[in-house]
Ligand binder design. Structure first.
Ligand code: SF4
Length: 422
């Protein structure tokens, strides 16, 4: 039987798809490259934004009309009614129940309506990975309770994998040719709080793994980062670790931060970024910002603008507030769409300007990069990869995937650096 896996959302969800693919192959299913030839389609879904949810629901309806047997996994599976309205026969697999994916596919193929909610450990499960990048989930769930977040409802419990398992996955990845390891979770900073350890201890363990790899650490809340900063910065001295820090702040207004119930202050975010840049002047800082939170006034918005202009993050994942079912924020009256749109447009222009200015500072510099993929063929830059601070570099000249090359940066835009191999 052929199964097609379609993945939406964050790196953690992609890591879950790697596990589901591994289980299906292990169970004798063939994982198809395209939905056309598949008997069953598994949609590993995301529910972080309303727009994404609507897109996935339309996809489920379209596949249902084509007579496809469907399994809906991932965070949207918590919204059974909406999924079943779109496809009454869909089999549901909750994020914690991916180990039952083979049973779910058999049910779908047999036209049996079923739902898998039971959480089961993902340690020891087979996985598929496409060289040179290996995604490793280190935890899921979090200890926060942000009022806008529906992901928390889909993955409500903090679950950290044991350091031993994570180390063995990294070692296995290196043996199998991984050149980049992405350690991922819903909040890496919460790692280990449920098993009597913490992120710094885990990274200390992981860095002992022999091998020429680069490690990218996933999103970490500024509150957690602040608590373990000295240890974290010492560990990041190891050249294995990309000098890349993804620290969501969500707003520049302390008032809105409290109303969002974020477990860190805006000042914490500033302090963490300052300390990181003091140790690693070239560090790449990425953050997430929501504009238009229902309680956001014009002056709150201007505080967010000021924060971006002052801290100058390299990357800002900007979202317009979208009310998510079941969250506290969904009970609040929303701001008029045109105001939210205007704020989002204003801030994204500033974000692009800051990104472009920061990248321009690299022009003329020699940078080492890890080649990770072929360019898209549209441009003359044949290869794409990451510098030691995880900045994207598109490079001219001969190279091959997994190779470390030196490049002279000859151009840039807000999202990428352009280089010539030297
Ligand atoms: S920390 Fe907040 S935003 Fe992040 S997953 Fe938890 S509840 Fe959601």
């Amino acid at each position: 039987m052929k199964v097609y896996l379609e993945t939406y959302g964050c790196t953690l969800n992609q890591a879950d798809s790697d596990i589901m693919g591994g289980i299906l192959r292990h169970a004798g299913f063939r994982v198809a490259r395209r939905p056309g030839g598949a008997d069953v389609v598994v949609l590993n879904t995301c529910t972080v934004k309303g727009r994404t949810e609507n897109k996935i629901i339309s996809r489920i309806e379209a596949l249902g009309k084509q007579g496809k047997r469907i399994v809906v996994a991932g965070c949207l599976s918590i919204n059974k009614k909406r999924v079943r309205d779109a496809c009454p026969e869909a089999v549901l697999v909750h994020p914690g129940a991916v180990s039952f994916i083979a049973d779910a596919v058999r049910d779908a193929a047999a036209g049996k309506i079923a739902e898998y909610r039971e959480r089961a450990a993902k340690e020891g499960l087979p996985r598929i990975f496409t060289k040179p990048i290996l995604r490793i989930p280190i935890q899921e769930g979090c200890v926060g309770n942000c009022h806008f977040c529906q992901t928390k409802l889909a993955r409500p419990y903090l679950m950290s994998y044991s350091p031993g398992w994570i180390r063995s996955w990294v070692e296995e990845g290196v043996r199998k040719g991984a050149k980049e390891i992405q350690l991922t979770g819903m909040d890496s900073g919460a790692y280990g709080l449920d098993i009597g350890t913490d992120l710094a201890a885990l990274l200390g363990e992981v860095r002992k793994v022999k091998g020429d790899v680069r490690i990218r650490l996933g999103m970490i809340n500024p509150g957690h980062a602040k608590k373990m900063l000295p240890k974290l910065l010492d560990i990041f001295e190891d050249r294995k670790f990309y000098k890349f820090f993804h620290l969501p702040v969500q707003t520049g207004s302390e008032k809105v931060r409290k109303e969002m119930n974020r477990a860190h202050s805006v000042a914490d975010f500033r302090a963490v970024v300052r300390a990181i840049r003091k140790r690693f002047p070239d560090a790449c800082i990425s953050t997430d910002i929501i504009v238009g939170y229902p309680t956001e006034t014009e002056s709150d918005f201007l505080e967010t603008v000021r924060l971006v202009k002052e801290v100058r993050p390299d990357i800002v994942n900007l979202s317009k507030f979208a009310s998510r079912r079941g969250t506290k924020a969904a009970e609040l009256r929303e701001i008029a769409t045109d105001i939210v749109k205007r704020r989002s447009t204003e801030l994204s222009a500033i974000v692009r300007m800051v990104g472009a200015e920061k990248n321009r500072e690299y022009e003329g510099r020699k940078m080492e990069m890890l080649v990770l993929e072929k360019g898209n063929g549209k441009q003359e830059y044949g290869w794409k990869g990451r510098a030691s601070n995880y900045k994207q570099v598109c490079v001219l000249g001969k190279a091959k995937i997994g190779e470390r090359v030196d490049a002279r940066i000859i151009g840039s835009n807000h999202g990428s650096l352009f280089g010539k191999r030297i």
